[in-house]
Design a protein around this ligand. Structure first.
Ligand code: ATP
Length: 277
């Protein structure tokens, strides 16, 4: 079921066409990545979807027919790249202020536990580490039990352990509540967790599909075979099962082999001719 559709979105700034006629469909329960290098137009797109910025052209439809952000504002949660929390307030006060705005806030205790906020609950937000802040930011965005959570570059500046932890909690929430998540990223490996990926470059969507679909369209799986008699051969294959078959058939003749499946790096390189970082 479609939860949000962005149709022919364009955003022109005085000297910049930041987003050029893009269309996105976000289905209920999906994890959707907007992947692209710096300046691709990811944040501008996200800002239009959350109503922070007005599109120059195009339309956003939430659910069946809501086109006005006022009608779906309570259904979305947002975590911006820069935090919007109050530095001087404690974690508790930042979260409770938000919770008190809603008639039916989420089960706070479960959120506090999931994001491991107990030990920092009474600390001022300004005293937290980057990873702790991000955990609080996300927890606060979830207080209203949104159907759709937007995360703008959720992993930037975080160490790998914190990133992994945050994604573990979000995965758990998706399983438990069917939460839909849209996130922007320039980390290829992070986009690989998504159910669907929109690859953006220079304000446009240059490719979109599942990870498997993108790899199939834009990469090759390569099997390099080195034989005992000194000969070598390189095969291009559709999938790893074909590799297993060839390796099994040639097992006694082989000195060595290397299987290299197509990666998101290859996808990006093939599409843009450049590396993402
Ligand atoms: N308010 C603005 N006025 C003029 N140009 C803008 C404005 N906001 C963004 N831009 C430009 O639009 C382009 C897209 O920016 P945007 O922030 O959407 O990219 P991004 O893909 O999110 O990049 P990053 O990964 O660095 O956040 C950039 O060239 C940026 O400089």
């Amino acid at each position: 079921m479609k939860l949000l559709q962005a149709i022919n979105l364009t955003k022109k700034f005085p000297n910049k066409l930041a987003v050029n006629n893009i269309s996105l469909t976000i289905n209920q329960g999906e994890l959707v990545a907007l992947l692209g290098p710096n300046g691709a137009g990811k944040s501008t797109t996200l800002n239009m979807m959350i109503g922070v910025s007005q599109p120059t052209n195009g339309q956003i439809i939430f659910g069946e027919k809501s086109t006005n952000i006022k009608d779906y504002k309570t259904e979305i949660g947002v975590v911006f790249q820069g935090s919007v929390l109050d530095d001087d307030l404690t974690v508790k006060d930042n979260i409770m202020t938000r919770a008190n705005m809603y008639a039916k806030p989420v089960q706070l205790n479960s959120l506090i536990k999931k994001f491991e906020l107990e030990s920092i609950w009474k600390q001022p937000y300004c005293s937290l580490s980057g990873g702790q802040r991000r955990r609080v930011d996300i927890a606060r965005a979830l207080v209203s039990s949104p159907k759709l959570l937007f995360l703008d570059e959720p992993s930037t500046g975080l160490d790998i352990q914190t990133r992994t932890k945050i994604w573990e909690v979000l995965e758990q929430l998706r399983k438990e509540t069917g939460l839909t998540i849209v996130f922007t990223t320039h980390y290829l490996e992070e986009s690989e967790n998504a159910d669907y990926i929109y690859i953006m470059d220079q304000g446009q969507v240059i490719a979109e599909d599942t990870v498997a679909g993108l790899q199939k369209k834009y990469t090759q799986n390569v099997l390099q075979l080195d034989y005992l008699n000194g000969e070598s051969k390189t095969e291009t294959l559709d999938n790893k099962d074909e590799a297993i078959k060839i390796l099994t058939e040639n097992a006694k003749l082989l000195a060595n082999f290397e299987y290299r499946p197509g990666t998101m790096d290859d996808v990006f390189m093939n599409l843009t001719g450049k590396e993402i970082r």
